[in-house]
Design a protein around this ligand. Structure first.
Ligand code: CDP
Ligand code: CDP
Length: 205
């Protein structure tokens, strides 16, 4: 059986946390599709041409430890506006989504473009200030030398680039369930996501 859960939303909304929790709860596989764009962005920072970098991506690129920096996040959102870069990453994501046993994919365009027929679509959001604070705590916790203002500006810049691009812009699918995590703990956000998914699984029988 394949069962696809599409989780989209802006930077640091809690997509990854909810996705990992949901995948663990239901025993599904999880793909953080942001890592694909981050891996391309990292290669471009190292001097490669974006489309060639996207086509050359391998598992080893996704396992690198240096993909979480603010610099790589910005580079990712810049390569993500290029249609040929996005096209080069489609098959890998769709193959993952259709695997036996269920799959959770999180990103920006999973419910709209990659898996428009996903059984469950969630759009996870939170205010820019809450998201920037979360990302700030995360990055400084890992020793990064950044300020709150810097991270808020970068989050806003990336949101704008992601929502305004013409190919696969960030927006909720028409049939997505909205999950605003601004005032939710991780446990509360996960519980809401699990209940939406259980309802859909129940409907399928
Ligand atoms: O994947 P995405 O960028 O949307 O966000 P994330 O990596 O799941 O979450 C960003 C940070 O916010 C992490 O440090 C989470 O622990 C934290 N978080 C939170 O504090 N409360 C939530 N309800 C969800 C996430
Ligand atoms: O974790 P966070 O939400 O900060 O970022 P991410 O999910 O790792 O994505 C990094 C960047 O990749 C985003 O700002 C988007 O520009 C791009 N991306 C995309 O265009 N489509 C996806 N499905 C996933 C990420």
């Amino acid at each position: 059986m394949s069962f696809t859960i599409a989780i989209d939303g802006p930077a640091a909304a809690g997509k990854g946390t909810v996705s990992k929790g949901v995948a663990a709860h239901f025993g599904f596989a999880h793909l953080d599709t942001g890592l694909l764009y981050r891996a391309v962005g990292r290669r471009v920072l190292a001097g490669e041409e974006p489309v060639a970098a996207a086509r050359a991506l391998s598992q080893a690129d996704l396992e690198r430890q240096d993909l979480r920096s603010a610099e790589v996040a910005q580079a990712a959102s810049k390569v993500a506006v290029i249609p040929e870069v996005r096209a080069a990453l489609v098959d890998f994501q769709r193959d993952f989504a259709r695997r036996e046993g269920g799959a959770v994919l999180d990103g920006r365009d999973i419910g709209t473009v990659i898996c428009p027929d996903a059984e469950v679509k969630l759009f996870v959001t939170a205010s820019p200030e809450v998201r920037a604070e979360r990302r700030y705590l995360e990055l400084t916790g890992k020793g990064a030398d950044v300020t709150r203002d810097q991270i808020l500006a970068e989050v806003r810049e990336r949101d704008a680039r992601d929502t305004e691009r013409s190919t696969a812009p960030l927006k909720p699918a028409e049939d997505a369930v909205l999950l605003d995590t601004s005032d939710l703990s991780i446990e509360e956000a996960l519980a809401k996501a699990v209940s939406v998914i259980e309802e859909r699984l129940g409907q399928r029988g």
